[in-house]
Design a protein around this ligand. Structure first.
Ligand SMILES: N[C@@H](CCC(=O)N[C@@H](CS)C(=O)NCC(=O)O)C(=O)O
Length: 442
C-alpha cells in the first residue's frame, strides 16, 4: 500500500489526502493507501532519515520511494495510475488544464498567507474570538498522540510557547509568527490579506452555487489545490470555521464534498441521488452537477473567470517580481552555481534567514489591496511556475491549442505575459530533489 504521512490540521496534507481518496474511490490507486499520523517519533525516526525532510505530507510508495511535496505526490500518482485523471487533457481541454495549474498555484502559495494568519491570529493572547483551545487540541493530537486529553493539550500549549513564543507574538515574533512577517503579514497588511481571502471565498460561493466542483461535476487538481487552505485552516479551525459556515455555507458543502468523507448532504463524486419511478422503484442519477463530469468542450464556466482574475491581479505581479529578485540572487556571489535555495513556504528557511528577512537579498516589496509590504521570495513558487510552463507547452503544442490558450489569456490583464514564462524563468531555473531546491546550472 501507499503510506501517506500526514496531519489532519496540516494545510497541504488535506490536499494530498483528498486526492488519494478520490483515486482510491475510483479503484485507481493500485493497492490503495493508509493515512498515517506523522507523530514526532515517526518524523524523527523515519521521515527525516528516509527523505531528509520532516515536512508533511509525505508519501511512501509501495516500491519504497518517498515523495513530497503535495504537487509531486499528485504528479507521481497520476503517472503511475492514469485512470480517473485529475488534470484535464492538455490536448482536448487546454484551457481547463492550464486553469487547473494556475488555481493550484494560487491556492498553495497565495491563499496560504491569510489561511495561516487566521489560525495564528485567533490563537494569540487577548483575542475576543479565540480558538487557541481548539488549536492546542489539534496540535496535541499529533505531539502526544494517544495520551490522555489533558496531556495532549499541555504538550501543545508547551510547544506553542517554546517554538512560537505565543504569549509575546507581536513584539517578538517567533516560529509561525515570524513566518507570517516573512510572508508579508503585519499590522498594515493583515486586513488586505483577509480582504483577498474574502474576495476569493465570495467568488467560490457563487461558483459552487451552480457547479459542484471547479470544472463541473467531478473534482480536479484545482479542487484538491483549493482544499489546502479550505480544509485544515478555514473549515476546521474554530473561528475561521464559524465564519465560513455562517457566510459561505456553499463553500463549506464543497469542502465536505471534495474531502470525500461524511458528505451525504453535500453530495460527492460517485454518489447517486434517487427518484422513484411509476412503480415506486429507485431510479439513480449522478448526485453532482453537470452529469457528474467535467464540463464538455473545454468550457471554463463564467463564474470561474473572476477567480483566475484574482491570480493575475494579485499574485502574478508578485511572482514576476520574485522571479527577477531570485534571478539576481542566483547570479550574485552570494549563491554558488547549482547551490541550494530556500525551500520552505511558511517561514524563512534555516540558513537563509539573512537573505529572506528584513531587507535581505531574497526579499522584495509587494502590494496587496493597495497596501505595500515586504516579503520573502519563496523559490518553491518559481518551481511551481515551471510546472505551469510545462503544462503551457503541452496546452499550446497544437495550433488549435495555442489559439484557445491565447484567446483565454487575453481575457485577463497580464494574462498574455504568461506565454513568455520561459524568459521570466530563464535565470532562475530550479531543480527539486525531494524537499530541497537547487538552482539549475546553465
Ligand atoms: N509545498 C509543500 C509544503 C509542505 C509543508 O510546508 N508542510 C507543512 C505543514 S502543512 C510542514 O510540514 N511544516 C513543517 C516543516 O516544514 O518542517 C507541499 O505542497 O506539500
Amino acid at each position: 500500500m501507499y503510506r501517506l504521512y500526514s496531519w489532519e490540521h496540516s494545510y497541504f496534507s488535506g490536499k494530498a489526502r483528498a486526492y488519494l481518496r478520490f483515486k482510491e474511490h475510483h479503484d485507481a490507486l493500485g493497492p490503495g493507501f493508509e493515512d498515517i499520523l506523522a507523530t514526532p517519533e515517526l518524523l524523527q525516526g523515519l521521515l527525516v532519515p528516509k527523505s531528509g525532510s520532516g515536512a508533511v505530507p509525505q508519501l511512501e510508495a509501495p516500491d519504497g520511494s518517498w515523495v513530497q511535496d503535495s504537487s509531486e505526490i499528485i504528479d507521481f500518482c497520476e503517472a503511475a495510475h492514469p485512470t480517473a485523471p485529475v488534470v484535464p487533457s492538455a490536448e482536448t481541454a487546454p484551457r481547463q488544464c492550464l486553469a487547473a495549474y494556475l488555481i493550484e498555484l494560487l491556492a498553495d502559495e497565495w491563499m496560504v498567507v491569510p489561511g495561516f494568519w487566521e489560525r495564528w491570529y485567533f490563537s494569540e493572547n487577548g483575542r475576543s474570538l479565540s480558538h487557541r483551545g481548539f488549536n492546542e487540541q489539534q496540535w496535541g493530537a499529533v505531539l502526544a498522540a494517544g495520551a490522555p486529553a489533558d496531556v495532549r493539550r499541555n504538550a501543545a500549549a508547551g510547544f506553542f510557547e517554546a517554538a512560537f513564543g505565543i504569549s509575546d507574538t507581536r513584539v517578538n515574533p517567533k516560529g509561525v509568527y515570524a513566518g507570517l512577517v516573512h510572508l508579508g503579514v503585519d499590522e498594515r497588511t493583515e486586513a488586505a490579506w483577509q480582504a483577498s481571502q474574502h474576495r476569493i471565498l465570495g467568488l467560490l460561493e457563487t461558483h459552487f452555487g451552480t457547479h459542484d466542483y471547479v470544472f463541473g461535476g467531478s473534482p480536479s487538481l484545482a479542487d484538491f489545490g483549493l482544499l489546502a487552505p479550505l480544509y485544515a485552516h478555514l473549515y476546521r479551525d474554530a473561528v475561521a470555521g464559524f465564519a465560513l459556515r455562517t457566510h459561505f455555507p456553499v463553500v463549506c458543502e464543497w469542502v465536505e464534498r471534495t474531502n470525500g468523507e461524511g458528505a451525504l448532504n453535500a453530495r460527492m463524486y460517485g454518489q447517486k441521488l434517487y427518484s422513484l419511478d411509476d412503480r415506486g422503484e429507485l431510479v439513480a442519477r449522478p448526485a453532482t452537477s453537470d452529469g457528474g463530469e467535467w464540463l464538455k468542450d473545454d468550457r471554463i464556466p463564467k463564474t470561474l473567470e473572476p477567480l483566475l482574475r484574482v491570480f493575475f491581479d494579485e499574485m502574478w505581479p508578485v511572482l514576476t517580481d520574485a522571479a527577477r529578485v531570485l534571478t539576481d540572487y542566483i547570479a550574485s556571489d552570494a549563491h554558488p552555481p547549482g547551490g541550494e535555495l530556500p525551500g520552505k513556504t511558511f517561514i524563512a528557511t534555516p540558513g537563509f534567514e539573512n537573505a529572506q528577512t528584513g531587507e535581505g537579498a531574497l526579499t522584495h516589496a509587494f502590494e496587496i489591496g493597495g497596501v505595500t509590504g515586504r516579503r520573502m521570495v519563496v523559490p518553491y513558487q518559481l518551481w511551481m511556475l515551471q510546472r505551469v510552463e510545462r503544462a503551457l507547452a503541452d496546452c499550446t503544442a497544437s495550433i488549435s491549442g495555442r489559439a484557445a490558450i491565447e484567446g483565454f489569456l487575453a481575457g485577463f490583464d497580464g494574462g498574455a505575459e504568461l506565454l513568455d514564462l520561459a524568459s521570466l524563468l530563464a535565470g532562475c531555473r530550479i531543480r527539486k530533489q525531494g524537499a530541497r531546491l537547487y538552482s539549475e546550472e546553465a
